[in-house]
Design a protein. Sequence first.
Lengths: 442, 501
Amino acid sequence: MANFIDRRLNPKGKSLANRQRFIRRARAEIKEAVQKSLKDRTVSDFAKDQKISIPTKSTKEPRFRLDPSAGGENERVLPGNKDFVEGDQIKKPRQGEGQGRGKDASTSGDFEDDFSFTLSQDEILDIFFEDLELPNLVKTALKEIKVYSWRRAGFTTSGSPTQINLVRTMRNSFGRRLAMRRPKEEEIDALRERVTALRCGATPDAEKRELIAELEEEIARLEHRRKWVPFLDPVDVRFNAFEQQPIPTSQAVMFCLMDVSGSMGEREKDLAKRFFMLLHLFLRRRYERLDVVFIRHTHDAQEVDEHTFFYSRQSGGTIVSTALEEMKKIVAERYATGEWNIYAAQASDGYTQTGDASRCVDLLNQDLMPICQYYAYIEILDEREMEVFSSDESGAELWRAYRTVAKQWKNFATKRIAKPQDIFPVFRELFAKETAAAEAKA
Amino acid sequence: MSKLLFTGAEWDFAQLKNVFSAIEDVAVGDLKLDTYPNQIEIIASEQMLDAYSAHGMPLMYHHWSFGKIFAREETMYQKGWQALAYEIVINSNPCISYLMEENTMTMQALVMAHACFGHNHFFKNNYLFRQWTNAESILDYLAFAKKYVMACEEKYGADQVEQILDSAHAIMEQGVFRYRRPPRPSKTQQQERLRKRQQYEEESFNDLWRTLPGSARDMSADLASVDEDDIVGLQAPLNLPEENLIYFLEKHSPVLTNWQREVLRIVRNVAQYFYPQMQTKVMNEGCATFVHHYIMNALYDRGQIGAGSMLEFMHSHSSVVMQPGFDDSRYYGINPYALGFAMMSDIKRVSEEPTPEDEEWFPEFAGKGDWRDVLKHAWTNYRDESFIQQFLSPKVMRDLKLFAVRDTAEDPVYTVSAIHNELGYRRLRTSLARLYDLATHQPDIQVVGANLAGDRTLTLRHNRHRDIPLAQGAKEAVIKHVRRLWGYSVVLDEPEDTEES
């Protein structure tokens, strides 16, 4: 008879370790393929599994192979003959023709096709965000430590019943029972059976009665011993012990400022939102302990939640400085500058009420830039404008004003986006790792 | 009361057990199969994918190439381009078969008959498996291998281990022993033997022998040849030529450390374990397919499975043994299930209802009716190549419409050299048998020299078969790997055809 085992509940993903090794191996190729395939994708697509193809350069597994096309004589046997007779001649296809089907074509040749497989969303994001980080994450002023993690710390003799460690407990119990010679249930049962066997049948004679008495005495002794040596004794019990371990954290907050005024068309708003979505995805993934503050503004700024920020509509005039004021207010209220690393990203079409630009510059220079680790300004243009303002020097009022800020502050960055395809490269430029950026400059 | 073992597609463990014993009844009672004890494990599709990627083994050391297979299979499966196998069976004792949970009850019955009895019988009895694999210990060995490789990764770094595994995998096909032979006598043993012989001759010296004509053998010639050997003495303990590249490098590489040699050994043992399977694809699958076909029909005849299930079985059986023609878009080489099943069914036919042609071709068993013994004898004592050479009948060649095509590299045309007619049968059969001889499509590469006294160059030789050369690009890539394992320069000779074919 066969032994049936249900393995369906066994842990899955046994191949994960191998898969990770494969991805590490093909890192460079996969990265290139991901970057390429991301170019034309929207942000919402971004968070899906997707199929990619990579060249087989670093994952080739060479073997010694025979190459019958290069020389020698080879005979094959094929099924399904229809009208060939012995001696028929069939013209060979020229090089390159008729390739691509059948195992022979791919294994005997030296070249292999691209290798296609599916990357999960997590893997894609990991690869995309791999060499990105928030710049100047320095103010690691450790606030009074509030975060702890639980860590295993061996076993204890006291604890709550839910933490009981069965394996340890039973091991102790078993050892103690062996050492103390606790009589087994079967032993007693065997004796009892003998007694019953002796009792039934004819009335027992004296000899038998004596034997029964003896046996019963023995049973009583064993029973007593069983009581005396319990199956499970409190000394056996062990509990899993845990202890708290403090985790040092540095705190950071990201301000997302977006212009939603009437001058921003649907297209511009969409681009800005995509940018922030990507930013949001990045931050959530890389920095677990990070506050994100969303501020949107028309002629008036307000702090909103994530959902409102990305999905609700509003329109009105444009006063950019209100958003900066709001940010300043929030920082003063909630984020003491000594303890928090402060970042900001602002998206706008570059138009604001006349005269407001200089006010923005003042606010930035005097209040915000001294406390910010990094400030990124993204201007959304339409493609026609992008051609007009091809140089960094020319631009709308806000752009020109912000350029003066950028000259003063090293940690102030300005970029322009006109097409969805610009988002990924601009994003990468803004958050490229310091070292990588430095190398690129050198 | 109905004798049906099950109705409908759903299965549960009680039903599986019932069906299994019914199958066992036919397999052991009727076919008289001899199997390892069975262990049947039910798994989900993801676990099947996991099993795929590690050569179908439940345990395997970690390497990125398995991840590559996994990534591809996963994509193929998720996109619906390819269904998963219904079962995987492992040559171990007890014989482990994996059944997919998605299978219907009919499919589970088919798969149990196929794997737990067909493959299992073949694994236990075929001479190649008996000689080269150790079903008792394979799982323990793989557990050891996995642990060992993991420990090495921890101690020496994953990259170091990966490099060795990459290089070993590159010559995995050249890492098997193909022939058993006694160990060669060492130098001292040789001298000892010679000394004994001399001593014997001295003791039994009789001057009379000298007077016999044609016996002027001079003992000193033997001694001289030994001295000559001493000149190349450094080579002698290498036992060259050596066909097992991995074994040679493991024992004699000047640069490898102990753990690296052990890793090579692991790869070599895995390669050796799979070597018989590569030589018996047609027989192994044919045996399993024949057995499941016979058992399912027997169950139907006994009234134990219904007509609906039988139809489902027929559908799935016929798609397994389908052989598309060479010009069909589905053609992917000769289907081992189709060929094996056709040949084995034909043995049964020849044994029961022979035609005059069969009488002529298979006088040993035609019409004798003992097909069970003939098949069992074949399953035990043959591999694909010899099985085809011995048992492929004209009828099967006609049914499959086989024809042979000769391809000479310089010729601008292929020539049809034989078709399924009186003139062609024997030639066709030999040609097909050759195709299943691993020696003809795996390059024969041997270590022929290692200059240990000089610059330590390792010389490999490719003995061309029918003058077919090695593919150039791959050859250079593999030689780089061999160089990494040997540590010094490696050359590969490829002399023109050295053997007569």
